[in-house]
Design a protein around this ligand. Structure first.
Ligand SMILES: [Zn+2]
Length: 82
């Protein structure tokens, strides 16, 4: 799996190859995720796993470790809180 990021909407996701179009917004500007994006992805996935473990999601099995949020200079402006 390759970690990919959409240039347009900053959606970061795992995919077997770099897709032609973003699965979120449909833009044709998907590229390989950069090191900071890989780091953020791992961090968010960890938070999501913890929230699933705590039962904050009704059906944890349907929650995908995918993440989309506006990107700021300081990193993802995430609404996730613990
Ligand atoms: Zn996109």
């Amino acid at each position: 799996m390759i970690l990919c990021t959409c240039e347009k909407c900053r959606y970061t996701f795992e995919y077997p190859r770099i897709p032609e179009h973003c699965p979120d917004c449909g833009a044709g500007s998907v590229r390989k995720a950069t090191a900071p994006e890989v780091r953020d992805f791992a961090r968010i996935r960890k938070i999501l796993r913890e929230e699933i473990r705590l039962g904050l999601w009704e059906d944890g099995s349907s929650v995908q470790p995918l993440y989309s949020a506006p990107y700021t200079a300081s990193g993802y402006d995430t609404a996730v809180s613990v």
